[in-house]
Design a protein around this ligand. Structure first.
Ligand SMILES: *Cc1c(COP(=O)(O)O)cnc(C)c1O
Length: 407
């Protein structure tokens, strides 16, 4: 029996069974669906991409996996070299892991130990954002701020080691004034908070955060597990404001194999570079640097560059803005668009209940949550396909309105 994610197993409806996938399409036995979720925001090149498949198959002929403890191999060396050259600033030191949550754990561990290594053991606190989501492991839950994901934390009550603030510069300044001597890091999903409700905020907040982190010696962590690889319309938000630690996941491998990376700047890396074993970073996921995942990531980045994905993403944003222009409904609180993300937030979650089944009948796979109906499409989507996704979202409101009147 499969225990499905984020579901009440007693009441969940049967999941759609996918029998094939190609390009932006998922196939069930009886329906062809545009995947407007990109398999949790990761499948940026679509399914069964020939070059992604080839890269993985070629590596598979050599070996699928070897551990990084005492061993190394070409795909992981090439990927770290590629990331070192491709990522901004001196984000040069790559620690690989098997999932975004673990990569965030590693980032938080690095930030804490960075100060422990300097005998600053009082810096135990993390500053984070309200509505933050950083993963489902224990420390990432604690740093996150969304009760809907973390009912279990009720057992502990609020952590003394985390402070949450809104994306507001006054609140940011106040938090630094109050807590700066205890903080080891400030962690954010930059510009776009995904699982917390596709909340978007301005880069000026991040610029001020960078200044305050510099002024008080606090490490700035960007969790770009969701925002990385173009989703916000920037290649990485780190291209606009340089963090001390950057976390990438989801689209890192084009959604082919679970993998993630925590990337540190030189200053952070040097905080561990010492003769004393007590200064080591004691972490080592079994599948870190998996050779198939590294090969997939290399092929994914290669496609991202050679096929000019940033212009594809800008086109997705333009089409989305054009299609959503003037669209409104009294049930809608806000329509938000940023890069390759569009979100319709409703006042009442009941107003989008049943949308997934409706979209299925129209040939679109969608997974609304709480008050949010959204799309994060694969970047290879064609204009007519994107218009279909957006039209389906809009027509839901038009058609359910008619139903309400008829009743
Ligand atoms: C999805 C997500 C994670 C967790 O990644 P997993 O691979 O699911 O563990 C962490 N941070 C952000 C911002 C995410 O969107």
């Amino acid at each position: 029996m499969i225990w499905y994610p984020y579901e009440q197993m007693k009441t969940m409806k049967a999941p759609y069974k996918i029998v094939d996938a190609q390009g932006v399409y998922l196939y069930t036995e009886d329906q062809k669906l545009i995947d407007s979720v990109s398999s949790w925001w990761s499948v940026i090149h679509g399914y069964k991409h020939p070059e992604m498949n080839r890269a993985i198959q070629e590596q598979l002929e050599k070996f699928a996996h070897i551990m990084l403890g005492g061993l190394t191999h070409e795909p992981v060396q090439r990927l770290s070299e590629k990331l070192q050259n491709w990522l901004p600033g001196d984000l040069d030191y790559c620690f690989f892991s098997d999932s975004g949550s673990v990569a965030v754990e590693v980032a938080l561990k690095i930030a804490l130990q960075y100060y422990v290594n300097q005998n600053q053991t009082q810096r135990t606190m993390v500053l984070a954002l309200e509505h933050a989501y950083h993963g489902d492991t224990f420390k990432t839950m604690e740093v996150g701020d969304d009760e809907d994901y973390h009912f279990v934390l009720k057992a502990y009550g609020k952590s003394r080691h985390v402070v949450h603030i809104p994306t507001d510069i006054d609140a940011l300044e106040q938090a630094f004034a109050q807590y700066h001597s205890q903080l080891n890091c400030f962690i954010v999903e930059p510009l776009l908070q995904g699982a917390g409700g596709m909340r978007m905020y301005d880069v000026s907040f991040l610029r001020r955060a960078r200044e305050l982190c510099d002024a008080y010696g606090v490490l700035l962590i960007f969790d770009e597990v969701a925002t990385g690889f173009g989703r916000t319309g920037n290649r990485f938000v780190a291209d606009l404001v340089l963090p001390d630690i950057l976390v990438l996941g989801k689209a890192l491998t084009g959604g082919y194999i679970g993998h993630a990376v925590t990337v540190a700047t030189r200053r952070v890396f040097e905080g561990f570079y010492d003769n004393a074993p007590s200064q080591d970073l004691m972490h080592g996921p079994t599948f870190m640097g998996n050779a198939l995942a590294c090969s997939a990531a290399l092929a994914s980045i290669e496609l991202f560059e050679s096929q000019d994905y940033m212009s594809k993403i800008h086109r997705i944003e333009q089409i989305t803005r054009r299609e959503m222009l003037g669209f409104s409904d009294p049930r809608i609180r806000e329509v938000r668009i940023m890069g390759g993300c569009v979100c319709i937030e409703v006042y009442d979650a009941a107003d989008i209940r049943g949308y997934q089944q409706y979209a299925y009948r129209k040939g679109v796979f969608s997974r609304p949550f709480l008050n949010y109906m959204y799309a994060m499409v694969p970047y290879v989507i064609q204009e007519n396909e994107l218009v279909k996704v957006l039209t389906t979202m809009k027509e839901w409101f038009l058609e359910t309105d008619k139903l309400a009147i008829r009743e």
